[in-house]
Design a protein around this ligand. Structure first.
Ligand SMILES: [Zn+2]
Length: 335
């Protein structure tokens, strides 16, 4: 994903305004109830997650209308069928900024499909057909080990993990297609609005089951490199603030506050944006963002398996699994 706009300063100002300034007022507020203890969760396996990154990269670039793309879709769906109760294959044709008709497939794996309390983890699984941030071979597709591969691998491993100790709530793993065929900045064509994230735009307008609802969603994107850090993304902090706080606080409780940095940066137009806008499910984005933005490998031929760190995959996976089971425990207590 690529778009970012700088509203960080405004958001930081707003956040600062929320801090209680009147200490008397703060002192008279009753003490908050004790936080629920961290619940025991099944083990997320980083070796397994890494093997799913490699398996995807081994197919070659997963660009729509390619054989590698179709083979990878079949592989993803078959893996998920072993762990989920129902796997929905949502086929659609997306029209790219340049008019290309992309044969696309969203894949949704449902665990406990009957449960009315649900959460979802999502990722895009397609890869960018060009390397427009590279100096060389800009017209060739990237391998997308991090961008597409890492987040899909973590989502797959979450499905395998929770299958071993099923929660009571429903969990959906949603793999969006045709996210990364967005219009390059140097395109000579007329500007097409909303050219990124075509799979999530389609799904949010045509969910896999009618009237689909989830309490919240977490979208993962570029979550695999050794140099990753995940500050809180601005759309998430605006449109799904409680989810953003819940996820980053859970990460802190697990000791991952240096990776899940509790600082808000600008707004990214990623799949979570369209989920929030179109289907109104509060959804956050966990996306790599550092002083170098999305990283030197972003949309270049450097986006290869050698950048992928099991430690990073492990941390992201463990935080996601903990969030799912904390929420499950809190819901079970109330029902
Ligand atoms: Zn991308």
């Amino acid at each position: 994903m690529i778009r970012i706009s700088g509203i960080a300063v405004l958001l930081l100002f707003l956040a600062a305004c929320n801090n209680p300034k009147n200490t008397d007022e703060a002192a008279s507020t009753p003490a908050a109830p004790a936080e629920p203890a961290l619940v025991t969760v099944p083990a997320f396996n980083a070796d397994s997650a890494y093997s799913y990154v490699k398996a995807q990269v081994d197919f070659g670039p997963r660009t729509p209308n390619s054989a590698a793309h179709d083979k990878c879709a079949t592989w993803l769906a078959n893996k998920l069928k072993a762990w989920a109760d129902t796997v929905y294959i949502q086929k659609y044709t997306a029209t790219a900024f340049d008019g290309l008709k992309m044969k696309s497939t969203n894949i949704i794996a449902a665990i406990n499909p009957q449960a009315t309390t649900r959460v979802f983890i999502s990722s895009h699984w397609d890869t960018r057909p060009i390397a427009d941030e590279d100096d060389h071979d800009r017209d060739k597709p990237i391998n997308g080990a991090d961008d597409g591969g890492s987040s899909t691998a973590v989502a797959m491993e979450i499905a395998r993990t929770i299958h071993q100790q099923r929660p009571e709530i429903g969990v959906d793993i949603i793999l969006f297609d045709s996210e990364d065929y967005g219009q390059p900045d140097d395109s000579k064509l007329p500007k097409m609005q909303d050219s990124w994230c075509l799979g999530s735009q389609y799904w949010a307008s045509h969910p896999h089951v009618g009237g689909y609802r989830a309490d919240f969603g977490i979208n993962l994107d570029m979550v695999g490199t050794a140099d990753a850090a995940f500050p809180r993304e601005g759309v998430s902090a605006t449109m799904a603030d409680w989810v953003s706080q819940y996820v980053w606080h859970t990460a802190e409780r697990l000791g991952y506050s240096s990776l899940f940095v509790n600082r808000i940066f600008g707004q990214v137009t990623d799949d979570h944006y369209y989920v929030n806008q179109i289907i109104h499910i509060p959804t956050v984005d966990v996306i790599r963002y550092g002083e170098d933005g999305f990283g030197h490998h972003h949309h270049t031929h450097k986006d290869n398996l050698d950048l992928i760190s099991k430690n990073t995959l492990d941390a992201v996976g463990k935080v996601m699994v903990q969030v799912i089971y904390q929420y499950n425990a809190e819901k079970a207590k109330k029902s």
